[in-house]
Design a protein around this ligand. Structure first.
Ligand code: SF4
Length: 348
């Protein structure tokens, strides 16, 4: 039997911050700032680990300095493989926490510890733990976009790149699943695997703003465009996709599909990498505006936007914004993350 029952406890109200306004830097100023960051990285024996959604300058610098630009699964893998003593994580807080959980001996710094995520904020550990207690017969699978405390309560952590494979594997073993926090991704996984899943009622404020009716209109204007959709988007958007997948899968699609135009439904930070790898392809942002639009309808995560060259330099200079995890939480959280990494390794 398949369930599609979202968790009914009142989700906490999420305060979505305004996008920070970073001062425009003249080219020479920007170059000087980058050089200072490179020196600080050397002094700290550090590497940059950046997500595809952060500013292009940070992605470029991560690549120039031997760091990595990736999705959250590959960020975790890279951090675990790296010999550097310091990981400077440009992304949102759960990414820094995952890096620290996997590398307790390393110093993990982030440009801004207030850079969280609506999925993480919408799934407080105490409410989630009550939910798990009410369903002891279910295997607990949580998305990576959760706090260390929530991961500590889970059997498995998954990213969007591996969620389908892991849930399918559990379903084949006859396990029933409690899924949190993203209901859209959960529903998508449920539809494709047929697994019995009970879903937490969380959502990404960025992807939830993509509009199905406006996408339908845009597709008519660009009939030859392939539609690429991240599965945190609502069903009516996912249903129009030619490719549904993680950030890595969407980037690969732009490189490999023969289409010349792509409509892209995910955070627009991804365009930097898509342009870099497929400079001749035309990228069209999927619509968020129009009827039903809110002040968050800009397809750019306000928490990812808290990362910039300026505060990266400050944290590397001062050592501020270090991630610390309670050892008892870490000991339990690492089990669910390591399970995912071992599973991913087995699939390679
Ligand atoms: S884009 Fe959505 S899922 Fe990603 S960090 Fe921002 S709020 Fe969270």
């Amino acid at each position: 039997m398949t369930h599609d029952v979202a968790h009914k406890l009142a989700s906490p109200r999420i305060e979505v911050p305004k996008h920070p306004e970073w001062p425009e830097l003249a080219p020479a100023e920007k170059q000087a700032l980058k050089e200072r960051i490179k020196r600080l990285l050397q002094e700290r024996d550090g590497v940059l680990v950046a997500h595809y959604y952060v500013d292009g300058d940070l992605q470029e610098l991560a690549e120039e300095t031997g760091g990595c630009v990736a999705d959250s699964l590959e960020m975790a893998r890279f951090g675990a493989r790296s010999n550097a003593r310091t990981l400077a994580v440009c992304g949102v807080r759960f990414m820094g926490e995952t890096a620290k959980i996997l590398n307790p001996e390393k110093t993990v710094l982030m440009p801004d510890l207030k850079a969280t995520c609506s999925l993480d904020e919408g799934c407080p550990a105490d409410l989630f733990s009550d939910f798990c207690d009410q369903h002891p017969d279910r295997t607990v699978v949580v998305y990576a976009n959760t706090s260390a405390e929530v991961k500590a309560r889970a059997d498995w952590t998954v990213t969007s790149g591996i969620a389908l494979d892991i849930v399918r594997h559990l379903h084949e073993k006859g396990e029933k699943i409690l899924w949190a926090p993203d209901k859209h991704l959960g529903r998508y996984v449920q539809r494709l695997t047929g697994a019995d899943m009970l879903l937490w009622d969380g959502a990404c404020v960025v992807h939830e703003e993509f509009k199905g009716f406006a996408l339908d209109r845009l597709r008519r204007l660009h009939p030859n465009a392939a539609v690429l959709v991240h599965p945190e988007s609502p069903d009516e958007v996912v249903d129009q996709a030619d490719v549904v997948g993680s950030t890595t899968a969407l980037i690969k699609a732009v490189q490999e599909l023969p289409n010349e135009e792509f409509i892209v439904a995910t955070d627009d930070g991804i365009f930097w990498k898509m342009h870099q790898l497929a400079p001749n392809k035309k990228l069209i942002p999927a619509p968020t505006a129009g009827e039903g639009a809110t002040c968050e309808s800009c397809a750019h995560c306000p928490w990812m936007a808290m990362n910039a060259l300026q505060n990266l330099e400050a944290t590397l200079r001062t050592g501020a914004n270090e991630i610390h995890i309670d050892p008892a939480i870490r000991e339990r959280a690492v089990v669910s993350i390591q399970r995912m990494l071992d599973f991913a390794e087995g699939r390679r």
